[in-house]
Design a binder for this molecule. Structure first.
Ligand SMILES: [Zn+2]
Length: 378
């Protein structure tokens, strides 16, 4: 009888553990202060297999669709060594492609790894004095600061280097990027994630109210509408946020989803000149921030762009005016946009692979290629 039961018992542990990771993914992915759209990823290592979020999938959807893809750890290690592309466990059956951060998850020795674009962490990770500031807040934890490095194998190598001789490290702060938390199981890792969040929490600044009379006039133009999230107006009405935005790109997702140059409109511009100004300066952007007035959204804005914009305003509202910031360098932004920091390295031609898992990421990569071409030549 034992023999009959045994085969059913063998896969029980992996099934249960993968289910725990899906539950954790859905919880973490549903918190806009941790994850925006398809960014962030989570993984678990079980019997030589790494179960990791697929590229382009949303962690928030983990309970309603397949978002995890299995990859052979040994194969990934070999790919890292050779600098080759990482493929799913059975690529003939599996249409999902593993996250670009698969290499990073693989080099970490911990069974469970969670990577999030935590708003509170990013607000520290964009500061030049970030490492010193975090020493005070994370001092007694096993943590490391990783200066900005491009996603994929380069980031994995930096993390691996940092962990040499410090194998106990289970918190990594990624400069101009986000947070990585590790643990022996889902429960422990999630607990540590919320402990780090608690320590890094910043209260967002209050901001002046929008000028709805002027915004109402802009709403008369076809395709422009009021945001459904009030805090977005801060990008137009809060002078500190505006100043920060004018400085450049703070992290890859900002460039990928919202463009290299923020669509800012001067306050004195007559409403009648609004469309003329936009057409001259930008390809129709997903949003526009009117200085001292507020923000308006384009009706064609995607959910991923919206989630990224909501995240961006949360970061700028948590950043002090006196903080000296490290913006992404021009070459770093160009690399992000040409290779796709969170998607794939292939630029897709319009109409190709429209429904594939990484479609959102690739389409934005394409969007920005056009968007930035305009801004580069001007
Ligand atoms: Zn990331």
């Amino acid at each position: 009888m034992n023999d009959a039961i045994q085969p059913k018992l063998v896969p029980a542990r992996p099934v249960r553990e993968v289910a725990s990771l899906r539950e954790l993914s859905a919880r973490v992915g549903s918190d806009p202060l941790l994850v925006q759209a398809s960014n962030g990823n989570a993984s678990i290592k079980l019997d030589g297999i790494l179960w990791i979020k697929a590229s382009g999938k949303w962690l928030a959807h983990a309970m309603r669709e397949d978002v995890l893809v299995p990859v052979e750890l040994a194969e990934v290690r070999e790919s890292i060594q050779n600098g080759a592309e990482i493929a799913p466990h059975d690529s003939s059956k599996n249409e999902l492609r593993p996250s670009i951060e698969t290499a990073m998850h693989t080099v970490l020795r911990h069974r469970v790894v969670i990577h999030v674009h935590s708003i509170n962490t990013i607000a520290w990770a964009i500061r030049l004095d970030g490492p010193e500031q975090l020493k005070e807040r994370l001092g007694d934890l096993y943590w490391k600061w990783i200066p900005y490095t491009a996603s994929g194998i380069p980031l994995a190598r930096e993390i691996e280097k940092a962990a040499v001789g410090a194998q106990e490290t289970d918190v990594f702060i990624l400069g101009n990027h986000g947070l990585v938390i590790c643990g022996p199981d889902c429960e422990t890792a999630e607990k540590l994630l919320y402990e780090v969040e608690r320590r890094l929490a910043i209260t967002p600044r209050q901001f002046p109210k929008p000028n709805t009379a002027i915004l109402g006039m802009i709403a008369q133009f076809s395709g422009w509408q009021f945001p459904d999230v009030d805090s977005l107006h801060a990008l137009g009405t809060d002078p500190v946020s505006l100043k920060i935005l004018k400085g450049g790109v703070l992290y890859p997702c900002q460039a990928i989803f919202l463009g290299q140059t923020m669509p800012l409109v001067p306050p004195a511009l007559a409403v009648s000149k609004f469309m003329e100004h936009l057409n001259r300066k930008h390809r129709t952007p997903p949003f526009v921030a009117i200085e001292s007035t507020g923000v308006m959204l384009n009706e064609k804005m995607t959910s991923a762009e919206r989630a990224t914009l909501v995240g961006l305003v949360q970061v700028t509202q948590r950043t002090e005016e006196s903080a000296r910031l490290r913006y992404l360098k021009c070459a770093e932004v160009v690399k992000v946009l040409s290779e796709g920091a969170h998607g794939c390295k292939k630029v897709v031609v319009k109409g190709e692979e429209e429904n594939s898992p990484g479609e959102i990421e690739r389409s934005h990569e394409k969007h920005d290629a056009v968007y930035n071409l305009n801004t580069r030549v001007s």
